[in-house]
Ligand binder design. Structure first.
Ligand SMILES: *[C@@H]1O[C@H](CO)[C@@H](O)[C@H](O)[C@H]1NC(C)=O
Ligand SMILES: *[C@@H]1O[C@H](CO)[C@@H](O)[C@H](O)[C@H]1NC(C)=O
Ligand SMILES: *[C@@H]1O[C@H](CO)[C@@H](O)[C@H](O)[C@H]1NC(C)=O
Ligand SMILES: *[C@@H]1O[C@H](CO)[C@@H](O)[C@H](O)[C@H]1NC(C)=O
Length: 252
């Protein structure tokens, strides 16, 4: 059993992984692509839509592999905008359909443990917004302890975080990234998804001051992207020292 599971994972691991297609709001799983931007099929022409992006320098780093907003090739589903109360918990859950199936139940799972972060970018016209503006970071889900990441593993299907209470009200593109760091440049695997949200709340007088651009801010050689083997996956002995890419978390 153990042997066949490992062979299955090895056989499939080069082909397909997982895709964050459900937004979790108000403690509820919303429908696939209801509030999230649909991720495309692709990767060398293969019929998978759960492929990672490999380079921080491509448009796929904005909202995921061949997402409709970046190459305009997907005319299909345009997401609705979810009303979210500032200060409340939100999350992304992986698709039950697209991804590696884990026997014996054949459920998808979050195959790669690793860092996860979330960003917001303001736009009054989300349906046409590519995500090429300014992004501020609202969450970083890193290590639980020196040997365990918060996100990933055989039984994990989602990543939850809080929309900061101080977030100025308005409509935002919400970008979520979870990634498997690599030891070599362009070997990092990025599982990125975006959702359309409308933040409700009183906000704060302190507007975000630190921003990122995608692509742009992340460099392939950043210490949090192409990393020391101490962090992933063999080492996993000093995860609490891991420094993620990008600006500090707003409202933290
Ligand atoms: C994330 O939140 C959802 C409800 O929105 C909950 O069902 C799930 O257990 C939470 N996941 C984790 C890993 O805490
Ligand atoms: C979440 O709850 C808030 C407050 O009750 C509500 O205004 C909002 O519409 C809900 N969002 C979704 C997507 O159901
Ligand atoms: C899982 O998939 C395998 C191979 O397709 C199949 O033999 C098995 O019955 C499936 N198990 C469940 C619980 O659906
Ligand atoms: C990484 O990927 C980008 C985009 O495909 C490419 O421009 C760059 O040359 C690659 N860098 C290396 C070191 O392979």
């Amino acid at each position: 059993m153990k042997y066949s599971l490992i062979s299955l994972l090895l056989a499939q691991s080069t082909a397909a992984h997982y895709v964050f297609s459900h937004l979790l709001v108000n403690g509820t799983e919303t429908k696939e692509w209801e509030y999230t931007r649909e991720i495309g099929y692709g990767w060398e022409g293969k019929p998978y839509r759960d492929s990672p992006a490999f380079s921080v320098d491509t448009q796929d780093i904005i909202c995921g592999y061949t997402a409709w907003n970046t190459d305009n090739s997907l005319s299909g589903i345009k997401p609705n905008t979810a009303d979210v109360v500032a200060g409340s918990e939100i999350g992304f859950r992986i698709s039950k359909t697209y991804g590696i199936l884990l026997p014996p139940t054949n459920e998808t799972f979050l195959y790669h443990e690793g860092p996860a972060q979330a960003y917001l970018s303001r736009s009054d016209n989300l349906q046409a917004y590519r995500g090429d503006g300014d992004w501020f970071k609202i969450a970083a889900l890193l290590a639980k302890d020196d040997t365990t990441w918060q996100v990933g593993g055989l039984t994990v299907k989602d990543a939850n975080f809080t929309i900061p209470r101080a977030t100025p009200p308005g409509t935002y593109l919400l970008r979520f990234e979870q990634f498997r760091p690599g030891y070599d440049v362009n070997q990092t695997q990025w599982f990125v998804a975006c959702a359309h949200i409308n933040v409700i709340g009183s906000g704060s007088s302190t507007a975000p001051t630190h921003f990122a651009k995608f692509p742009g801010t992340y460099k392939p050689e950043d210490e949090g992207i192409t990393i020391s083997p101490d962090f992933y996956p063999q080492g996993k002995k000093s995860l609490l020292q891991y420094k993620p890419p990008g600006p500090p978390v707003f409202g933290a």
